[in-house]
Design a protein around this ligand. Structure first.
Ligand code: MD6
Ligand code: FE
Length: 203
């Protein structure tokens, strides 16, 4: 498929999931969310709420609370184990990642003015595996930089069905979501954007 290399180690596939595949994946995701509802994490220390709501699929979920960031096997509100990662996402990972199976699929829900500040994905023990992310719903302005916070950044609009992979020299690149463009997609009931981020956690 038409892979676009945005920077060394950063690859983008436009509409890797067709509209029909997006709908099937979304239905699967929302069914699993019934068992692991979105909740609003808070920042370590300050306790300020995230503007995104989150959940997870897989053996380990990424969570943030007053005590810090970590991976844990259970939902922080329901205490239930996370649902399994959808097959379509396992298939995607096996097609492009060239690494042992992912253990975490972080699910981010952006509504309204939700955004995600510039960050590194660095809570995983295995930094040799890439991180793979799938966008569904409204467009988003994604910003990527280098491995230092002060490095120059570039911005790219991500649309429903797009897939981004960070690996190798870009595994610890700073990145974030500056804004969502509301109302552009009818995929998600109630509007907004869902991002699914697949990660290998253990070495
Ligand atoms: C998002 N994505 O697209 C947030 N992380 O909503 C991420 O934080 C991300 O897209 C690592 C690799 C790819 C990503
Ligand atoms: Fe990230």
């Amino acid at each position: 498929m038409n892979a676009i290399v945005l920077a060394p180690g950063v690859t983008l596939w436009r509409e890797k999931f067709s509209r029909a595949e997006q709908k099937t994946l979304l239905d699967d995701v929302l069914a699993r969310i019934e068992d692991a509802p979105f909740y609003r994490p808070v920042m370590p220390g300050s306790g300020n709420p995230f503007s995104v709501e989150e959940s997870n699929f897989g053996a380990l979920g990424w969570v943030s609370d007053k005590n810090g960031y970590r991976y844990q096997a259970t939902h922080p509100v329901t205490a239930a184990p996370w649902p399994a990662i959808p097959d379509a996402l396992m298939d995607l990972w096996r097609e492009i990642a060239a690494a042992p199976d992912p253990e975490c699929c972080l699910v981010n829900l952006y509504r309204g003015s939700a955004r995600m500040g510039l960050h590194q994905d660095k809570d995983e023990k295995d930094l040799s595996a890439p991180v793979v992310s799938v966008s569904l719903g409204d467009d988003a302005l994604f910003r990527i930089g280098g491995t230092a916070r002060k490095d120059p950044t570039r911005s790219v609009k991500l649309s429903s069905g797009d897939v981004v992979m960070f690996g190798g020299p870009a595994r610890l690149a700073y990145h974030g979501i500056d804004r969502i463009y509301p109302g552009g997609s009818s995929l998600i009931p109630g509007g907004g954007r869902i991002n699914l981020t697949l990660r290998r956690v253990s070495a």
